[in-house]
Every structure is written in C-alpha cells, then in structure tokens.
Design a protein around this ligand. Structure first.
Ligand SMILES: Cc1ncc(COP(=O)(O)O)c(C=O)c1O
Length: 406
C-alpha cells in the first residue's frame, strides 16, 4: 500500500511531505491541485539560460489562475495574452506592461486601444487590417509581425498553428510587402514572432524557425525598421506518459547561441505548468455495458477537456493503492456526451469513493473548463512548502446563476 502522501512518478509533481488526507477531507472533488515548487523549477529551466534583455512570456491561455500568474511574475516572467480578459488578468496581478505581448488572430479595436494605452512590449500583428487598425489609433505602439512560417509541428491538427492554411499569422511574402509599404515613421515595427504549434517534440523545428525569423529581420531592416527581438513562440512538448520530460534548458541554450544580436523571446505555456498540476476526482461507481467496464468518476470533460477535444491521454492512478487486483477500466465522467471519457484501458483497482489522480493537468485544464451540464467549476489548491491554500474556491450554485435573470 502506498502512503497517503503525494509522491508522484519520477518526482515530477513532488510534494512528498504533504499529507493528502487533510486536503481530501476538506475539499469536495473534483479539484485541481498545483505545486509551487514544480512551477518554480520550470521557470528556472527557462530563465537560467537567458539574459536580462531576453524575455520569457508565459502563455496565459495555459493557466490563467491569478495566484499562479503572480508566482510567475514574481519569478521574473512576462506574459503572452490573447484577449482583453487575459490582459486584464495580468494587469490585475501587477505584471509589468513592458513584459507583455499580445497575440491573437482577432483582436478587437477596443483590445488594441487598451494594449496601446498600456504601452505593452509588443502587439503581435496577425493581419494587414489589424495593422491598419493600430495605425488609426495614432499611438504608435511597439508592434511585431506574427509570421505564418508554413511549418508543421507534427502534432494534433487542432494545435497546429504554423501551416500555410492555418488562420494564424501573416505569410512571409505579405509580411515583407507590409514592411516595405509602411515606413518606420508610420509603424513602430520592432520584432518578428511565430508559433509553430503546441506539444512539439522535435526541438530542431524551433531552430529552423529562428533562422527564418533572422532572415526576415534583415529584410525588414533593409526597409529601415529597427528589429530588436525575435520570438519563437511556445509549443515545447511535455511527456504525458511521465517517463521523460523535454528539458527547456537545452532548447533555450541552443536558441541563445543562434539568435545573433537580437533579444530572444519565448512564449511557453504547457511546458511551464502542465506537470505541476493534477485533477483529483472520486469514483462514483462502476458498471459494465457491452464489453466495457466503466469507472464513473465525478470529474468530467467540462473540468478537463483535453481527452474529449484532442483524444489526449492523461495518466490516471489511485491516490491510495489498495491490495485488490487491478482491472482494465474505461474512465468516464457524468456529462451527457459519449465524448466525456478520459480513455480506455486504465489499469486500476478502484471502487466507489476511492480518489483518483489525473496527472499533467496544470496546463489547458482549468483554463479550458466550462459549466456544461450546469456543473460547478472545481476548486484550485496550491501546495507550497508542505501546506496548502485555496487559490480558487469551488463554485456554488449561486455563482452559477448570478448573471441570469428570470
Ligand atoms: C501564440 C501562442 N504562443 C504560445 C502558445 C503556448 O503554447 P504551449 O502551451 O504549447 O507552450 C500558444 C498556444 O497555442 C500560442 O498560440
């Protein structure tokens, strides 16, 4: 039998001295749990290999909890935001506007005006109309062109963003013609950025991208623009099987060695927080239908959407092992969709009321959550130095309906 301590595989989520009994006793499931130590470790892996002129901007979409953002800001990170809401979140926790980049394929005029007013580090422009909307503001904010690099990340189609026919970015040809069309007096073009996609396992792609950005930079400079930074986006994979992890340090070192005289900017999301978080759920019951043995748990696709949306596989284990033989289960939630499944063939020895842990849920977990089926959003709990604190309380029914009128 395993002790009632978190002692996760390979030390990835390492809170060894933290007894879970307290947490399990005090919170109704499902809930998210994060470890500060693990988040700080990822920060260190990125930050220890850059200089003060470089910037690591956490992709807020991966996890937008205010307390986690605060930890990241205090560790020295900037932020990559993709909406006015995310921009407001990072301003709320006191982030330095000079460390914020604003990406996104459909920024509204109001969002652009807000970013310009805040004088953020860079508005990452994704189309010619967006550039025109920025010029109309007459504020001359710092802008970068987000290039569509026409590269494949060899990842799930829903998280490929760098292929020619994806909606993101501006083609290289169009970017060059915009750099030619608008003089440095008309636009303050200071950077070039691109994001190949997410969950990228081939790190050579980032170096290939960097070469593209460098070549474009010299072409933009030939039209008089002063490019100060190159931004290779985010996308570094994590190992959802939790056997090996990709080490950001090596990648950052190689990028630094090749970036030339430009500042380097990175926008990691998943690789910063995914392994620092888990979703804790309780077994409601078991049943058999056809050839399948189902374990029905109280977490569902509205809490963690990745398995339903991308067919993603998160490791699942009993928190407290029991001595009974393991069986093969399909683990599903209560939501009325067949897609509400965490996957087949999980080897578990669980029964009603047992707690399970769904690993690697710190990124694109709570931030993609919803209230589908009028389910209440779960609590989020942070483990820090052997104690825990609530960083988002669980939703109540009153929270759920407070904006509605009868
Ligand atoms: C522009 C941009 N930057 C950064 C990221 C973060 O990617 P990841 O979480 O894979 O590191 C994304 C994710 O979609 C993105 O679209």
């Amino acid at each position: 039998m395993r002790p009632n301590n978190f002692n996760f595989k390979n030390g990835i989520l390492n809170v060894e001295d933290m007894s879970l009994n307290d947490v399990l006793a005090n919170f109704s499931t499902p809930f998210y749990i994060y470890t500060k130590a693990s988040i700080l470790e990822s920060c260190e892996a990125y930050l220890s290999n850059i200089e003060s002129t470089d910037l690591v901007c956490f992709a807020v979409k991966a996890n937008s909890n205010l307390q986690l953002l605060k930890i990241l800001a205090e560790a020295g990170l900037g932020f990559d935001v993709v909406s006015g809401g995310e921009l407001s979140r990072v301003i709320k926790i006191g982030a330095d506007p000079k460390k914020i980049v604003f990406s996104g394929v459909g920024k509204t005029k109001a969002e652009l005006a807000k970013a310009a007013e805040l004088e953020i580090f860079s508005i990452n422009v994704e189309s010619s109309y967006e550039l025109e909307n920025i010029i109309e503001l007459e504020k001359n904010p710092r802008v970068s062109f987000r290039i569509n690099p026409d590269m494949s990340g060899d990842t799930h189609p829903y998280i490929e963003t760098g292929k020619a026919d994806c909606k993101f970015g501006i083609s290289e040809v169009e970017a060059i013609s915009l750099a030619k069309k608008y003089s440095p007096e008309e636009i303050n073009l200071v950077g070039i950025t691109a994001h190949i996609g997410s969950q990228i396992t081939n790190t050579d792609l980032f170096l290939e991208l960097l070469e593209k950005l460098k070549s474009l930079a010299s072409q933009f400079e030939a039209y008089g623009h002063s490019i100060d930074h190159l931004d290779v986006g985010g996308g570094l994979a994590i190992d959802y099987k939790m056997e090996n992890n990709f080490n950001p340090s090596e990648l950052v070192k190689e990028l630094k060695a090749n970036v030339g005289n430009y500042s380097l900017l990175l926008e990691p999301g998943r690789s910063m927080v995914a392994q620092a978080g888990a979703l804790i759920t309780k077994v409601i019951g078991e049943k058999e239908n056809g050839d399948r043995k189902f374990l029905i748990v109280d977490a569902a696709m509205n809490d963690l959407m990745r398995p339903s949306l991308y067919n993603a596989r998160h490791e699942i284990e009993n928190i407290i092992e029991n001595t009974e033989d393991k069986e093969s289960f399909t683990v599903v939630g209560p939501v009325c969709e067949t897609a509400d499944s965490f996957g087949d063939e999980f080897k578990l020895s669980a029964k009603a009321d047992d707690h399970l842990i769904i690993y690697s849920s710190g990124a694109y977990g709570s931030s993609m959550g919803s209230n589908y089926n009028s389910r209440l959003r779960p609590a989020e709990i942070l483990i820090d130095a052997g104690s825990y604190k609530i960083i988002r309380r669980e939703e109540s029914f009153d929270d759920l309906i407070k904006l509605e009128e009868i």
